[in-house]
Design a protein around this ligand. Sequence first.
Ligand code: NOJ
Length: 869
Amino acid sequence: MNPKFARFVLALFPFLHYTNNTTPANNATNPGGLNAVTSPPFYPSPWMDGSGGWGDAYAKAQAFVRQLTLLEKVNLTTGVGWEGEACVGNVGSIPRLGFRALCMQDSPLGVRFGDYVSAFPAGGTVAASWDRALFYERGYQMGLEHRGKGVDVQLGPVVGPLGRSPNGGRNWEGFSPDPVLSGIAVAETVRGIQDAGVIACTKHYILNEQEHFRSPGNFKDFGFVDAISSNLDDKTLHELYLWPFADAVRAGTGSIIYNKINNSQACQNSYLNNYILKGELGFQGFIMSDWSAQHSGVSTTAAGMDMTMPGDTGFNTGDSFWGPNLTVSILNGSVPEWRIDDMATRIMAAYYLVGRETAQVPVNFNSWSTDTFGYEHAFAKTGYGLINQHVDVRKEHYLAIRSAAARSTVLLKNTDGILPLSGREKFTAVFGDDAGENPNGPNGCPDHGCDNGTLAQGWGSGTAWFPYLITPLDAIKNEVTSNGGVVQSVTDNWAYPAINALARQASVAIVFVDADSGEGYITVDGNAGDRNNLTLWQDGNTLIQNVTALCNNTIVVIHSVGPVLVDAWYNNPNVTAILWAGLPGQESGNAIADVLYGRVNPGGKLPFTIGRQQSDYGVDLIYEPTNGHDSPQDNFAEGNFIDYRYFDQKNITPIYEFGYGLSYTSFSYSNINVEKIAAGPYTPTTGTTKAAPVLGNFSTNTADYQWPANLTYVNTYIYPYLNSTDLREASMDPDYGMDNSEYLPEGVSDGSPQPKIPAGGGPGGNPALYDVLYHVTATVSNNGTVAGEEVAQLYLSLGGPDDPKVVLRNFERLSIQPGQSATFTADITRRDVSNWDSASQNWVITNYAKTVYVGSSSRKLPLRAQLSL
Ligand code: NOJ
């Protein structure tokens, strides 16, 4: 590291030197858990063992890594620097073995910066489908598109943020504030992506619940403020935020990190990475830093990080915490050999797990330019040549996208069955900026950082370019005109005379409104990623008020990133129907027309609660520093009680509860039956691991690590080579040579067999947690005259004084013909009926009476039964 830079970094981030890491290491089974202020240290970093279906991939990865030199291993773990290659993240290549570099590319809803790709509905939108097959299919198709572009790692799906507060700017990238809905959605998505031959990266581990102060930085209004610290206890960690990550690990995934948790940066938080993720959850893949989330060198290696992205300390500095510094730290013994072997093995095991050795094609697009010819190394402006082959990877995915968007639409109100429309309405009037096109085109704002025209995805890195965007106005016009009707529109929300004139004539008015949010590096209309409030954007309330004042048949369609406030108008009798359509992706207009005109009978259910006012949600984000220049301390004091669990706890009546959604038909529930399944007892995992494997050997002669004479240097690119044969000089670090024992935590280098973690034992945790203990069935009947789909939901009351009133545990989307019935079937696992016990650091089934409920939403649960324990 450049000495000037090192001093600067240390001045800026004084915690770099192993804060929280000074107490003893792996005190075997119980590091004590999180205490909401600090994270206990846990070393050494667990090495993978190939368990849980990773056996073949592990063997292949070991064979590969055994052949590598130290420089090649370093190259595999360190990104080449921002804009160094075609993808948003790239590690170095291993030309000697014909191994091309790995490409990591956003996003959770499509190939970011790719042309000829599809823009799928956002995660928080498909969550409303509550449909496992749809989750899988979306994942699979996204995976195929990434594969076709040459991407090795898709940077998605998202379950962090989970959605602690509805204002969180990136909630829409994830699925739902409910951990079970999120867990099922993320597992199916991971399976889909990886079955398509691409590594899924489940992110952001963990507690990345807001954009304000996500990273340390200089803020216009406040000066320097350190990263926010999310502080919480280990019961909440296990029962809420970790839950979907466990499901993702069980489905076999790569991972990513950000933020500061209990005052230790996530990338160097040994408790969360070593103990929880790699230890207890038995995670076999690799932990990647989020972009610029790494703030130290050896301590991140020790704390379990396996790959740094994009590789440089800050964008385009040309310096890296790893790269040459990792080479130095292995040569000088700060990082043991087995550790870099494990890092490389994990990366390669993920590669083999999903079959990259046959699925990989050359990267054929470029994140930094849409031109056919340009620079291979965009920042350095070198390597001019063919950079974009414009490969069309969309196939027939538009069909599934349209269907997914329609099936994720939630019908919130439908007075006297006003919907579906026939298409033969005499005069259809469409209102709202949200109905039409962005005047600058569907990709007119970089990373979609604006709210112009219809909203079909949020903003930030979680986006993809639209190949086209069917607007609601296009689709409705098409519908009405093909039936010979009259259709007109006003898309300027402030054109009051025109709105009034049109509303007066309409036999049906369809008003489109929206609310947007995104990632914090872009501010839209004063919202720095996170939403400042839950109101409609573009003065949507006034638009609705103006139209409903003159038209007594007004249908409101909401495109939003999450809950919005509807209290001012939802009960207005002139509002005859309300639909929540989320962020539907490229087929937006077609999908909403399918629902409005009855080709699709809505079956979506809200994946969050719509409350009367913002304060009904309890927790809010931290928008201003609370601690001067130090980390704002965000205490997750509400514990498990977010979204519907909070409304239930405080007895607050929502407007539309979690799980709510209507249909064009009606359903009833009967005949609950609970069968107890014989399962063995829950046995805490015991024994010890094998010793850490060391793969190959490396030269200790520092002369072997110098810059090769024939290398064409690319400016700011990160290489593994050293500037000097003297390690102190090579490190360029003024502190170099301090006795390691002064600041390397105990146990960091210990590769001897380690005690296994009682709550661990396989990917996802102790395998017995997933034993099925009960099998529940119920009858769901369609009492109407049209076919429909109903999401039957199973909730549990765990019965303890600290437990939420009910928690979702399972669901099934059933397709039922009119007058027919279907059987809802659902399993309840041991994990489902357990609570986390901080004292024993394990899951326990308490003695409190447990009740199972089945129904159509979190508050409409007509069926119930006791679980015999
Ligand atoms: C930072 C974001 O947090 C992450 O989600 C994204 O994958 C990377 N940037 C790369 O764009």
